[in-house]
Design a protein around this ligand. Structure first.
Ligand code: FAD
Ligand code: COA
Length: 409
């Protein structure tokens, strides 16, 4: 696979770098300290053409690929994880779901929000349905030409800052029959019954809120439903297929944060002296640096592969899961080792090293945990569904037996 960047990609990367290394780097510590959403950065991202890059040209975007977006995310996350996150969610996840599956009206609306600086929120997780996302209880009941949604999501990135929301819910027809899982578009401060609950005090990425999103008789017209290509029965699977883009985006953020920490460490070992010589002369530290460089390269190649192979669709589930697992594990190790190379100076809040560690911690949890993603990979390797409920394999065997019987008749 050839990852030589085109002149256009090099130019995009350079423009992203210039912006990141200017005001974004300067503001990063303040954003972390104040825990305020960085509206100044959003304005700069918007003016620089980094919000909604992947939106097709006919809807006002640039029709850029996920790999293009990844190049920008890396640059932003190297200096400010929160800004990297905004670039992920304004080019992948909810927005790419709408741009691929949505109706004309939905696409125009979503594109307008993002190009105007909105980072859409993707609302899947519930207090009792985290890894077991298919256990969600948020429901959407059809009533006339409308859907009425009730339920609560939590840990929703951007909740309170985002306007556009893509809310996953179980869909019921007028007769009360369950149809499957679908995604509904709601707009904060416009859609009746959609509100924001408590904000979590988080370990890292503190400039972007993580909060509850509450649907209490949230009323939307039926055209708020983003219909997955295979209909509601395969709704969850198709929505997760689109979500693989967000997993690659999250992995790329982890990559950028690790690169940022590594870069600081590399500079520091050349300037810090102990025992009368620069600390890089100690072989123990040389090997730490080499391991960091190797792991960063490894994650970068896997993430670029997952992005590039998406073509005009979404990243493959296995490639996305593998790349996110590697990037998340790598970010934990590299940010921690980079801090170690600073000694006490890294442990001080005056240095960005502790922020890199805190910001790099979430990737083995959010967007599918390291354990769940390994199960996704195992399922593909074994070419078997791997149900996680106690009776999952019994039910699966019964279903397969029925299918075999029906095929024989
Ligand atoms: P649980 O599912 O309760 O897991 C607890 C532990 O058990 C974990 O270690 C897990 O790996 C392990 N575990 C559970 N089941 C299994 C299994 N079958 N096999 C092996 N191990 C298992 N959600 C959204 O919908 N939208 C967002 O924007 C969003 N943003 C987030 C941002 C951050 C910073 C974080 C931390 C989370 C975010 N989430 C979001 C939620 C996230 O997707 C969930 O935290 C995640 O899916 C795990 O769910 P949980 O936290 O309930 O953990
Ligand atoms: N890409 C494409 N399809 C996917 C997918 C992915 N990443 N993950 C699941 N699917 C499909 C499955 O192939 C299956 O399709 P099928 O009905 O055609 O067989 C369907 O979705 C249900 O998946 P399954 O693994 O059978 O579901 P489950 O009830 O055992 O639930 C998950 C497991 C999918 C919820 C769990 O693996 C998972 O991903 N949890 C993390 C949720 C998450 O990432 N939340 C982030 C919120 S920001």
């Amino acid at each position: 696979m050839d990852f030589h960047l085109t002149d256009d990609q090099k130019d995009l990367q350079a423009r992203a770098r210039e912006l990141a290394r200017g005001s974004f780097e300067e503001r990063a510590a303040e954003i972390d300290r104040t825990e305020q959403y960085p509206w100044h950065n959003v304005e700069d991202l918007k003016n620089g053409g980094f919000m909604g890059m992947t939106i097709p040209k006919e809807y006002g975007g640039q029709g850029r690929t996920f790999l293009d977006a990844a190049l920008v995310i890396e640059q932003m996350a190297q200096v400010c994880g929160v800004t990297g996150r905004i670039v992920v969610e304004s080019n992948m996840g909810a927005i790419s779901t709408v741009m691929k599956y949505g109706t004309e009206k939905q696409k125009k609306m979503a594109a307008a929000f993002v190009l105007d600086g909105d980072k859409p929120a993707i609302c899947i997780t519930e207090p009792e349905a985290g890894s077991a996302a298919t256990d969600m209880t948020t429901r959407a009941d059809k009533k006339g030409g409308k859907y009425i949604l009730n339920g609560k999501k939590h840990w929703i990135t951007g909740a309170g800052a985002s306007r556009l929301h893509l809310v996953f819910a179980r869909v019921f027809d007028e007769a009360g029959e369950e149809q499957g899982i679908g995604g509904f578009l709601g707009v904060r401060e416009e859609t009746p019954g959609l509100s924001i609950g408590n904000r979590e005090p988080t370990m890292g990425l503190r400039g972007i809120p993580e909060a509850e999103v509450i649907m209490q008789d949230m009323e939307v017209s039926e055209d708020a439903l983003v219909m997955p290509p295979r209909g509601l029965r395969k709704g969850f699977a198709d929505l997760m297929d689109a979500y693989n883009s967000q997993r690659v985006g999250a992995g790329t953020m982890a990559l950028g944060i690790a690169q940022g920490a590594y870069e600081h460490a590399l500079a520091y070992v050349k300037e810090r002296e102990q025992f009368g010589r620069p600390i890089y002369e100690f072989q123990g530290l040389q090997w730490m640096l080499a391991d960091m460089a190797i792991q960063i390269d490894c994650a970068q190649l896997m993430l670029y592969r997952a992005s590039a192979n998406a073509g005009s669709g979404f990243p493959d589930a296995t490639e996305a899961a593998k790349a996110k697992v590697v990037a998340a594990d790598m970010a934990l190790k590299v940010t921690n080792d980079a801090l170690q190379l600073f000694g006490a100076a890294g442990y001080s809040r005056r240095s960005p090293m502790e922020r890199f560690c805190r910001d790099g911690r979430m990737f083995s949890i959010g967007g599918g945990t390291a354990q769940i993603l390994r199960t996704v990979v195992a399922s593909r390797i074994l070419n078997r569904k791997l149900p996680q409920t106690r009776d999952g394999f019994t039910k699966l065997a019964e279903r397969e037996a029925t299918m075999a019987r029906e095929a024989a008749e």
